[in-house]
Structure formats: structure tokens, C-alpha cells
Design a protein around this ligand. Structure first.
Ligand SMILES: NC(=O)c1ccc[n+]([C@@H]2O[C@H](COP(=O)([O-])OP(=O)(O)OC[C@H]3O[C@@H](n4cnc5c(N)ncnc54)[C@H](OP(=O)(O)O)[C@@H]3O)[C@@H](O)[C@H]2O)c1
Length: 263
């Protein structure tokens, strides 16, 4: 354990120096550690290692190197996630604030995927934009059996008092919240479920491990679109037979990040 901690700390410092001297960005992927390690200090950088989290250096945008004495640097853990979405061939996902199709078997697939846990004592989280939250009938929200994380920039959008709901001001803050107690141990998997604004940021991002896409083969008019899956980052792992429901042809396809062996 001691050797592993020393190795991690040396690696973190080295990675930080290389990355921070090279780029001016807010967050840098440091490492993926699938082991439970205690909180400890590396120089003046606080590092938290937890099961199933990824580590990023948060640094003020005006500072680019560790040699800057004033650099306020911290490492933050973020939960990786999977995306679940249904999209047409040209990546249309919505129309007039609603789903442009009626596919009960897709809703069933979504429910099964996002509800299932290998540990019956845990549940999953679904992360969504404020408009997607509002597109769900009040009768069915929050989506039961899952922690609902709603993203909004608005301070006046107050539904956090609802049970099983968290409000976050950014995707990064949501993933950090889910990497912290109590959620780091009570939430098994995190699913980002839309809509368009959220997936434009989240679909091909480094924290995205897998994409479950229901490919709608029938042409249907949409007004909300997401980017194409970056096939240099993701490879197809599974595809169902073509299915037809309500005259709409579709199939379930899963893409997994290249090199990710946990699926
Ligand atoms: N086909 C599918 O699988 C699927 C899945 C989900 C949704 N949809 C469809 O997609 C459409 C909704 O998508 P949309 O793009 O209009 O809206 P959306 O992504 O669901 O929500 C957009 C809102 O989320 C908040 N937001 C966006 N980016 C944020 C960020 N980085 N940090 C914090 N908050 C952020 C903002 O809320 P504030 O304005 O409150 O700040 C923004 O107005 C609907 O038609 C819905 O039916 C389809």
C-alpha cells in the first residue's frame, strides 16, 4: 500500500508538471485508479483516491505552470459515466421539447439499463439538463429508483428539496459531487441521459466510458441534435437485431471507449 501511494504521488506530480507546463486549460486527466486509497497530501496538493473515480487538476485559468508560487491547484475526483440516448441517423434527439417518437421498448430498455445494479444495496444516478427534466411528466419525475441530478445555471430553479434530486451548476460539479461521500459509495453507475445541450458537452468527453445509443433508422423530423460519436475514441461493442415498433425501425447499439476493458 505504501509503495502504491508513493508511486501514485510521484506519478501525480510528474504528470501535473508535464501537463501544466504545456497547456492552458481548466482540467487535466491525471490518472485512473481503481483502488480504494486513503486521503493523503502530496506536497501542497491534496489528493483523494477513491474507487472508480478519475483525477483532474483544477487550476486557475490565468496560471499555467506549477512554478508560479500563486497557483492555487487542487486535484478533484470525478465520476466516469455512460451516455444513454436515442438518436436518428443525423443525431436528432428531440422536437418541441419532447421525444419525437413513441417507442415503449426503448423506454423499457432505458429503465432496465439505468436501474440495474450488481449490488442491491446501491442505486444509479441519472444526470440530465433542466429542459429534459421538464420534459418528463411530473407524474414520473424524479425517475424512481435513481438519483436524479439536474443541471441548471439558474439559482432560482429549486427542486433540490425533492427526494432523490440534486441540482448542479455544471457537469464537472455533478461528477465531482458523485465522487464524494455519500454518493461515491452509494451510487454504482452514473448515466448522462441528455438532452442536446448536455450531450454536446458530455458525449465524447474523457469521462465518458460508454455510449448506449438507440439508433432510429426511420427518418423523423427533429429540432435538437447531438454530435456524432467520435469513432476514433469509441468502438462498437454490441448491436441488437433491427427492431420495429410503431412503424419505426431501430436497434440498440453500445459503443465502449477504446482500451476500456471494464465492459
Ligand atoms: N432522444 C433522447 O434520448 C433524449 C434524451 C433526453 C432529452 N431528449 C430531448 O432533448 C430535448 C431537450 O434538450 P435541450 O438541449 O433542449 O435541453 P437540455 O440539454 O435537456 O437542458 C438544457 C438546460 O440545461 C442547463 N444546462 C445546459 N448545459 C449546462 C451546463 N453545462 N451546466 C449546467 N447547466 C446546464 C440549462 O438550464 P438553465 O436554462 O436552467 O440554466 C439549459 O437550458 C427535448 O426535446 C427532449 O425530449 C431526448
Amino acid at each position: 500500500m505504501l509503495m502504491l501511494m508513493q508511486l501514485c504521488s510521484q506519478r501525480s506530480i510528474l504528470s501535473s508538471k508535464v501537463l501544466l507546463s504545456s497547456f492552458r486549460r481548466s482540467f487535466y486527466n491525471i490518472d485512473y485508479v481503481s483502488a480504494m486509497l486513503p486521503l493523503f497530501r502530496v506536497s501542497n496538493v491534496t489528493v483523494k483516491y477513491r474507487f472508480c473515480t478519475r483525477f483532474y487538476v483544477g487550476v486557475n485559468n490565468n496560471m499555467s505552470t506549477l512554478s508560479n508560487d500563486n497557483a492555487s491547484m487542487h486535484l478533484r475526483a470525478r465520476r466516469p459515466y455512460q451516455v444513454v440516448v436515442a438518436a436518428t441517423h443525423d443525431m436528432g434527439i428531440g422536437k418541441d421539447g419532447k421525444l419525437p417518437w413513441n417507442l415503449p421498448s426503448d423506454l423499457k430498455f432505458f429503465k432496465q439499463l439505468t436501474m440495474s445494479t450488481s449490488d442491491p444495496g446501491k442505486r444509479n444516478a441519472v444526470v440530465m439538463g433542466r429542459k429534459t427534466w421538464e420534459s418528463i411528466s411530473p407524474l414520473y419525475r424524479p425517475l424512481p429508483g435513481r438519483l436524479n441530478v439536474v443541471l441548471t445555471h439558474s439559482g432560482s430553479f429549486n427542486i433540490a428539496s425533492l427526494e432523490n434530486v440534486e441540482i448542479c451548476r455544471s457537469i464537472h460539479l455533478a461528477l465531482e459531487l458523485l465522487a464524494e461521500p455519500p454518493y461515491c459509495s452509494s451510487i454504482e453507475k452514473v448515466f448522462v441521459i441528455g438532452g442536446g445541450q448536455i450531450l454536446r458537452e458530455a458525449l465524447n468527453a474523457p469521462e465518458c466510458d460508454a455510449i448506449h445509443i438507440t439508433k432510429i433508422e426511420t427518418s423523423i423530423e427533429c429540432d435538437t441534435f447531438i454530435p456524432a460519436i467520435d469513432l476514433s475514441l469509441f468502438q462498437q461493442r454490441y448491436s441488437s437485431q433491427p427492431l420495429v415498433e410503431n412503424n419505426i425501425q431501430f436497434s440498440f447499439v453500445t459503443y465502449v471507449r477504446v482500451g476500456n476493458t471494464s465492459f
